[in-house]
Ligand binder design. Structure first.
Ligand code: IMP
Ligand code: MG
Length: 181
């Protein structure tokens, strides 16, 4: 029994469903980037498991790097203030870049990251997000690859945290409100 299960009100996506969807996205990327060597940039920390599974579903030669930003602190709503905590090491100039992010809520973080990566003059830039909260967007933002859509609930697991906890849950679930209020 996972000791964190009692903090979860509903499981939205179990391990099997996550893996099936990631294989589909991987196949899509394999065909979209055929003949290319993309650079996959994972956004830490939330995207770490998604990136790990996604790159194993991609059969092309590729390079992997990470970008760490801070946006939320320990709360559950977007501050809109984004800070780079770990920069990308690979030179992205003229490269085909795919940003991998865990979840898009207001959209402010991903927009910031996209603008930041464009400054490095990549040949192309696409975004891949595991979860999207369409009703929460504060700006107009679109992605190239999306795992699943969710409502406005606060979700944890499979890399996503609340105050650094729950990242190691193997599934994605809704955190009980009593756990963060
Ligand atoms: P945004 O800038 O509002 O789009 O926030 C995006 C970031 O906030 C994500 O990369 C997550 O790290 C975090 N976040 C937003 N919603 C959730 C959630 O429901 N659970 C866990 N983290 C979240
Ligand atoms: Mg994130």
């Amino acid at each position: 029994m996972n000791l964190m299960n009692c903090d979860i009100s509903a499981v939205l996506f179990d391990e099997r469903r996550i893996q099936t969807r990631i294989r589909e996205i991987g196949q899509q990327i394999n065909s979209d980037y055929d003949g290319k060597v993309p650079v996959v940039v994972g956004v830490l920390k939330g995207g770490f498991l998604f990136l790990g599974d996604l790159v194993r579903a991609i059969t092309l030669p590729m390079e992997i790097d990470f970008l760490a930003i801070s946006s939320y602190g320990a709360g559950t709503s977007s501050s809109g203030v984004v800070k780079i905590r770990k920069d990308i090491d690979i030179d992205l100039t003229d490269r085909d870049v795919i940003i991998v992010e865990d979840i898009v809520d207001s959209g402010l973080s991903l927009q910031y990251i996209k603008d930041y990566v464009w400054k490095h003059k990549p040949a192309s830039l696409r975004t891949c997000v595991l979860l999207d909260k369409p009703e929460a967007h504060k700006i107009e933002i679109s992605f190239d690859y999306v795992g699943f859509e969710v409502g406005n609930e606060f979700v944890v697991g499979y890399g996503l945290d609340y105050a650094e906890r729950y990242r190691n849950l193997p599934y994605i679930g809704i955190l009980k409100e009593e756990c963060y209020t």
